[in-house]
Design a protein around this ligand. Structure first.
Ligand code: PLP
Length: 441
């Protein structure tokens, strides 16, 4: 192991870490100092195989030279320029590159800085669209249980994770939720899309009956990642699409995880055969090298809002860093890598091997379900009696000690390696995970 020369903090107190048990982390820190290809390295130089593409975001692998050089070059040319009432060429080019990948007819792209901002932006665009059409009564937003749309007030409220909300009293009003699609009988250990549960989309008809024509939009992840890899049942998204269209409701897909090749196509919309009206994205857009998110809308949504205002600003929304030059440069370089290396195609080609490896976990004692699509898999563990989540957390820590990075949510271990993963990496990921699960009953 070669030690890596990085500043070593004497004091970990100041950084209030996000979504972290700060006390136990600071007692026993897990530090990463360098990354390259499929791996991280600790400050001591110990290699950690990245089973999670960072946080579902470094889809092209780490330290890609093309992205690094694009960022360096742009930083020297122009560090920042506003996109309010003026522009810079590479923001427009980045948007055009994104539009080349989105489903046909979804060619308008609003830049933000994160998945959370993308979620709130998408919800606001939906409300603005209805208002522009004179449907001002459509203010209700529908999400789904176990949905994750980030941490802004919009995304948190429309999201369906109790743990993310109970600490904060205030929620957006006028929000309702569909049931999640997990746990339908007959779906255990499904490979790809499970057979049962499409009918759960029909609950949207009940919500329409309840709320009348006040629903503006339904927002779901095509495949829910953060709450444990919930793959949509066959026909479910098609039904949601049908019901939304029938009742004049906009369908928003949160593609923050499913975008950019994760499930074997550019977007979940493409892989799952359903086109939304609005989609959010982030993470893989810049390979996470610079924070950036985006919202793509149908041309019709854009035209209605933009042409609906005779003159002046059409959408009172935006961020100082929307279309930031460094992020735009990183996005262009990343999307070029996606095209040149056909990363979505690569994920699709590796999917059968990854799927077999994931489902081999079925024989490991304590594994109660496995589900997968593209290069994402969820391995669900039987919780320890009276201590939900403790077992998965111990598995995560054991894997880290054994040199593999996993991600846990509840009692589910999620694996989502960079799309450049090779078969020996897959063997090591699942082999280490199986050993860790056996080691921490
Ligand atoms: N939406 C989805 C589906 C996500 O998975 C995430 C993050 O994991 C977000 C939104 C929030 O993204 P961010 O953490 O960049 O704000």
């Amino acid at each position: 192991m070669n030690e890596i020369s990085v500043p070593r903090p004497n004091n970990l107190d100041a950084f209030w870490m996000p979504y972290t048990d700060n006390k136990s982390f600071k007692d026993k820190p897990r530090m990463l100092a360098r990354a390259e290809g499929m791996s991280y390295f600790t400050p001591e130089g110990r290699e950690i195989l990245d089973g999670t593409a960072g946080l579902w975001c470094c889809n092209a692998g780490h330290g890609r030279r093309e992205i690094v050089e694009a960022i360096q070059k742009q930083a020297a040319i122009m560090d920042f320029a506003p996109t309010f009432q003026m522009g810079h060429p590479i923001a427009f080019e980045a948007a055009a590159r994104v539009a080349e990948m989105t489903p046909e007819g979804m060619d308008r792209v609003f830049f933000v800085n994160s998945g959370s901002e993308a979620a709130d932006t998408a919800l606001k665009i939906a409300l603005a669209w209805h208002k522009a059409r004179g449907d001002s009564q459509r203010v209700r937003l529908v999400g789904r249980e176990r949905g994750y749309h980030g941490v802004g007030f919009g995304g948190m409220s429309v999201g369906g994770i109790g743990g993310n909300r109970k600490q904060f009293g205030a929620q957006l009003p006028y929000v309702d939720h569909l049931p999640h699609t997990h746990g339908v009988p007959g779906n255990l250990f499904a490979k790809g899309q499970p057979e049962n549960g499409a009918n759960l989309a029909e609950v949207l008809e009940n919500l329409v009956a309840l709320h009348g024509d006040t629903i503006a939009a339904v927002m779901v992840e095509p495949l829910a990642g953060s709450t444990g890899v919930l793959v949509p049942p066959k026909g479910y998204l098609q039904k949601l699409r049908e019901i939304c269209t029938k009742h004049g409701i906009l369908l928003i897909f949160d593609e923050v995880i499913t975008g950019f090749g994760r499930i074997g196509a550019n977007f979940g919309a493409e892989r799952l055969g359903v086109t939304p009206d609005i989609m959010t994205m982030a993470k893989g857009l810049t390979n996470a090298a610079v924070p950036m998110g985006a919202v793509a809308t149908s041309n019709q949504v854009y035209d209605t809002i933009v042409n609906g205002v005779p003159a002046g600003i059409e959408l009172f929304h935006g961020y100082t860093y929307s279309g930031h030059p460094l992020a735009a440069a990183a996005a262009i370089a990343t999307l070029e890598l996606h095209r040149a290396e056909d990363l979505p195609g690569r994920a699709r080609a590796m999917e059968p091997y990854f799927e077999d490896a994931a489902h081999s976990m079925r024989d490991v004692p304590g594994v109660i379900d496995v589900r997968n699509m593209g290069l994402v898999a969820g391995i669900e563990l039987a919780p320890r009696a009276g201590k939900p989540t403790a077992r998965a957390m111990d598995v995560f820590k054991t894997c880290f000690d054994k040199g593999v990075l996993t991600r846990v949510t509840g009692d589910i271990v999620a694996l989502s390696p960079p799309l450049i993963v090779e078969k020996p990496h897959i063997d090591r990921l699942f082999g280490t995970l199986a050993d860790a699960i056996r080691a921490v009953p």
